[in-house]
Every structure is written in C-alpha cells, then in structure tokens.
Design a protein around this ligand. Sequence first.
Ligand code: PLP
Length: 368
Amino acid sequence: MAKTPQQLIRDNVLALNAYHVPDVGEMLKLDAMENPWPWPGALQQKWFEELAGVEANRYPDPSASQLRGALRAWMGLDSLANASELEIMLGNGSDELIQILAMAVTGNDGARPVLMAPEPGFVMYKMIATYVDIDYVGVPLDADYELDLPAMLEAIETHKPAIIFLAYPNNPTGNSWNRQSIEAIIQAAPGLVIADEAYAPFAADSMVSGLQQYPNLLVMRTLSKVGLAGLRLGMLAGARDWIEQLNKLRMPYNVNVLSQRSAIFALANQDVLDTQAADLRRLRSELSASLSEIGGIKVWPSQANFILLTMPADSARPVHQSLCQEGILIKNLHGSHPALKDCLRVTVGTGEQNKQFLSALNEAMAAL
Ligand SMILES: *Cc1c(COP(=O)(O)O)cnc(C)c1O
C-alpha cells in the first residue's frame, strides 16, 4: 500500500497553515502594500506595444542581462567603490530569493542551519525556513519595535545563524531600525546578513552603501511595493562570490519574458515610479497626521507605504470587521504575534481612498 499524505509529508509541513490570501472581490484593498495607481494612460499604451514584440514561444533570457543592468542602476550599485565586484541576481519575487538563500546554507559544525530574524517581522522568513526544513530563531524587538541589540548579539552568539534577515524598514511595524545596531549585527554575524529593502523607495536610508564595507552583507529589493507587484520580481545584490553560488539554485527561467520586458520598460520610465513613491510619502504623512487626531489610537512612525496602529484594547477585531463591512480591507495583526496585540496595519492609498478609510474608521470607533 502506498503511503497517505499524512504518512509521507513531513510533520512540519502537515502542521503548516496554507498562506492565506483573502478573496477580496470589489473591496478597497489597503492590506497588502500595493501601489494604488496603474500606469498613466499614454504609458500603458506604450507598454502594451512593447509587449506585442515579446516572443512567448521562446524561453526568456536565462541571465536577464539587460534587466539586471537596469536594476543595478535602480539600486545605485554602479556608483559604489567596489561596483565591479558586486553582482545581482533575480527572483520570482523576493520570496523566491529568501527560499534560495534558505536552501543554500549549511549549519554550524554539523548542526541544522539557523535562519534568524527580529520579531515581529516579515512572516515569510519563518514560513520559508519551515518549507526548506531549516531552523528558525525569532528575536524579540523592544517595546518600541526597535532592535534589541544586546538580545540580538546574544542570540547570534548562541545560535550562530547562517542567515539573518533584517527588513529595513521592517514589516509590519513600518520603522527603520537604528543603523549602528544593524552594522553591529553585521559585524557580529558568523554568516550572511540580508538587508531586506522592500520599502526602500519610501525610506530615508538604505544599506546599499554598506556593500562597500561588509562582505557578509547582501541587499534585497523588490518591484512589488513600487507598483509592479503583479510582475513578481525581486533582486539580491552583493559580492560576486556569494551570488555565483546562490545562482546555482535559481531555476533557469524563473523570471518570465513578460516580466522581464515589462520591468525594463518600467525602469526606463523610472520618473513615474519615483513620482508615485514621492506622492505616497506625502500621503503617508497626511494619513499619519489624520490618524493621530483620532483619540485612542497609537500611530507608529513609518518609513514604508503602510502604517501600523495600536488600537484601544480589544478593538482591533471589531474595527477590522466593521471596515470590512464598509468594503475596506486592511490587515488585522491582533493575534498574529504577542507584540502586535490590538494592532492593525493599513496600506497608504490614494488621497481619496485614505479619506474613505478615515471616515469608515471614525464611524467604527464611534460605534465601539
Ligand atoms: C512585501 C515584502 C517582500 C516582498 O516580496 P515579493 O515576493 O518581492 O513580492 C519582501 N520583504 C518584505 C519585508 C516585504 O514586506
């Protein structure tokens, strides 16, 4: 008799909950850090014309050399002192790059490899560690969601992590951690440190310049949060010696022809992306200010295109539900981590969308 799924599948996979993406239909989506704007009309037309030339019967360029060139420029790699020693690899979203990193590493002295990240943080780090069957260690942030440097250094000493992920800025808290702490962690780490800069276009600082000093630092970016979530394109930059090895685990055609051509086109029109990011930063300040005027909500500072809110005790769930009933979807984080008690996360939308959200939120709060 052949084995059943329960007999054949690893216990840690059986114990997983499938990654849940809500079916949103017509709702206003302010839950997933998507850019609220499509391309301006004229540009959209040019994009379609560009795609008309794509040969879908051919495999994509496996090395995506033209796109990698454009992305190097977008990340500012070429102006670094050691630019010629740096390489970039592409993933089907940065999620795939996290998976490649987790698949590639060995443990310390024959132990299982450890992937470490501060918590609360990006949930995919832990999930992917489970997918590829390596160990995950989460280190609590302090009460202000800032890095607890002594705790991080102690955890590094104890667990000797192969990989440390530092989301800069962090999701779901939205803040950018102290740069000195990050550099101390890079210096103490026995393995790789990945600065996950998914929100770089909305942030004041970047670790890209650190690629000149720290051979164990890699910087990861994505086009998802700047308006191209549908393309699924992430990138990882760092010393060629690392990227060469990691590239061996990349599926040869992981970035399809439509995504490659679309991303090249998008980056050739980078001013549009930059303008939208600047508009979102402005809208973020306005939304933060409006939220701060509502009594009882703690509005956390954000360097990203979303804002974390601590709601009055026990109100996150009813407020979330009430917003859902009004057709507005945000993220309820209450229950996802002890440090996110009573927390909601809202993506910055257009001015109109933010107004709609604020008005529904005010109503929900009044009805508590
Ligand atoms: C959204 C996000 C990513 C993104 O992923 P893609 O797979 O590129 O869409 C990576 N890291 C963090 C911290 C994120 O919030």
